[in-house]
Design a binder for this molecule. Structure first.
Ligand code: HEC
Length: 318
């Protein structure tokens, strides 16, 4: 159960605050309930047929103002110091750019490697610079108790240091459209050597944590054709299938060479899907909108090489 797991320092910190507040609440619940029952019995009408007026009590007033004040300030202090801890990454942390978009996550490492799954070494601090390409999303790793909003046009920073190897869920916590609930990924924590072998390895270095993830039905990015890897890494597969199933956008299967009706500046045109059309559809989605679909495709920055790979890959899908 991910919720029970404490897999990072942030989880231990966060749970400590949670159980402190929870413990206080339980103690007061019991104290108040017992007192209430006692008062109901002790001061019932049967025992006190004639009501008596009670004047104020300065000592009590001070006591029940001071004690809650101190308790609330302690909750604030505990919560605030932990908040600061989670927002200020150590200097030596590795900085990863986290990008949220409808409806996927992508991660970019300092050396330019890009992934759909967040790989991190055990026991090393990792800084996350979280951004959004389109709208507000929420980056959440339950096992790390790590949660931060991904907001367009700003970067929110948090960090973690994993304490247990394993594969942990990443979820989006802000409703962001039809496939919000499918906006999932994983953090995969592996021993440092395994991480380094992948990180410093070349293009075809094996992704770490293979054995760990084998049991999970996660696509194996390392063995995919380059074009498909780009489609997955850039979040295209959230809206486009490659097997013929319709999603938010049309499937990319067997579209090459086909005639299609598209709206160009509001006018219906019949075009043939060729290289130029594909490139334009991807780099300037609003220019031609496939008939019957909403103009919902976001602009996504692709390098020239990534674009080549995607177009080449779409041609192979028949
Ligand atoms: C949020 C959903 C969404 C995402 C993400 C998305 N698309 Fe689209 N895409 C659409 C929709 C909807 C259409 C149809 C309307 C249009 O043509 O703009 C479309 C159209 C297309 C077409 C034209 C298909 C045809 O049948 O003529 C191509 C090619 C394409 N997208 C490629 C991509 C690539 C490559 C990416 C990733 C960089 C991507 N899309 C990301 C929703 C999306």
């Amino acid at each position: 159960m991910d919720w029970m797991n404490q897999a990072a320092l942030s989880a231990q910190k966060s749970d400590a605050v949670f159980f402190y507040v929870f413990g206080l609440s339980v103690v007061f619940l019991i104290f108040i309930t017992v007192l209430m029952i006692y008062f109901v019995v002790r001061y019932s009408k049967k025992r006190n047929p004639v009501a008596s007026q009670i004047e104020g009590h300065v000592g009590l007033e001070i006591l029940w103002t001071a004690i809650p004040l101190v308790l609330f300030l302690s909750i604030f202090y505990y919560g605030w110091t932990n908040y600061e801890y989670m927002r200020q990454a150590p200097r030596d942390a590795m900085a990863i750019k986290v990008t949220a978009r409808q409806w996927s996550w992508s991660f970019e490492y300092p050396n330019g490697k890009q992934t759909k799954v967040l790989f991190a070494p055990l026991g090393k601090p990792m800084r996350l610079d979280v951004r959004s390409a389109d709208m507000i999303h929420g980056f959440f790793v339950p096992s790390f108790r790590l949660k931060i909003d991904a907001v367009p046009a700003r970067t929110n920073t948090t960090w973690f240091q994993a304490t247990k190897p394993g594969s942990y869920d990443i979820e989006c916590t802000v409703i962001c459209g039809v496939d919000h609930s499918l906006m999932l990924s994983k953090v995969v924590i592996v021993p440092e050597e395994e991480f380094k072998a992948w990180y410093f390895g070349g293009e075809d270095a094996q992704e770490p944590g293979k054995a760990l993830r084998a049991a999970e039905a996660h696509p194996d990015l390392a063995n995919q054709p380059m074009g498909l890897a780009v489609l997955t890494a850039k979040g295209c597969t959230a809206c486009h299938s490659v097997d013929g199933k319709p999603k938010v956008g049309p499937t990319l299967k067997a579209i090459y060479g086909r005639e299609a009706q598209v709206l160009v500046a509001g006018n219906l045109r019949t075009i043939t899907v060729d290289d130029a059309y594909l490139r334009r559809s991807i780099t300037d989605p609003a220019a031609q909108v496939v008939r019957g679909y909403p103009p919902a495709m976001p602009k996504t920055a692709l390098t020239a090489q990534e674009l080549d790979e995607v177009v080449r890959y779409i041609k192979t899908l028949d």
